[in-house]
Design a protein around this ligand. Structure first.
Ligand code: 5GP
Length: 187
């Protein structure tokens, strides 16, 4: 699939809602879509590779990048810092590509409001808070306290979904993906 170029495609929503599965499938489906690799101060998980999922850096390096205005946006999310670097986005846009951002709700809100780039934003919602909790537990990579914190945060984030262009419920993955694909083919 070829989608509109020069555009930021924002996939946001609570942690555990399935954003990573959506972004992986979009990247394998869309020929002119590049992934925005965020910088983070969070510890790398065993399943992750540096410079692939994230660029894992120390807080000192992250602060230096803030000083250099390297980020389009950055936020503290669940006790760690995450930031979207501007330079790779500008590089992709030079080639008429679009860029996919998998970012938290606060970060998405600030990108939507910068008016710096053309954006299409999606808020991915879980069918219920209970389903979200079960998904976080099944990932088995977080402590109980982390899960509690993420569920609490999810309740606040869902309230902010009104600021997004599209609200899509991820109950059945294929249906959710088809809905996103349908929107991207029509913009
Ligand atoms: P995780 O640590 O589980 O990979 O991600 C935690 C949260 O941080 C997710 O909601 C993810 O979308 C968000 N996130 C990842 N990269 C960025 C970023 O560059 N900026 C912001 N604001 N959030 C991000």
């Amino acid at each position: 699939m070829i989608i509109k170029g020069n555009c930021l495609i924002i996939i946001s929503g609570p942690s555990g809602v399935g954003k990573s599965s959506i972004t992986s499938k979009l990247l394998s489906t869309c020929k002119n879509l590049d992934f925005s690799i965020s910088y983070t101060t969070r510890e790398k998980r065993p399943s992750e590779t540096n410079n692939d999922h994230y660029r894992f850096v120390t807080k000192e390096v992250f602060d230096k990048l803030i000083q250099e205005n390297a980020f389009l946006e950055y936020e503290e999310v669940h006790g760690n810092y995450y930031g979207t670097p501007i330079a790779p986005i500008e590089e992709s846009i030079k080639f008429n590509h679009s860029v996919l951002l998998d970012i938290d709700v606060k970060g998405a809100y600030s990108v939507i409001n910068t008016n710096h780039f053309d954006c299409v934003s999606f808020f991915i919602r879980p069918p219920s808070i209970q389903t979200l909790k079960e998904r976080l537990i099944s990932r088995a990579d977080m402590s109980n306290d982390e899960i509690k914190g993420r569920v609490l945060e999810a309740k606040k984030e869902i309230i902010k979904s009104v600021h997004f262009d599209h609200l899509v419920v991820n109950d059945n993955f294929d249906d959710c993906f088809m809905e996103i694909e349908r929107v991207l083919q029509s913009v």
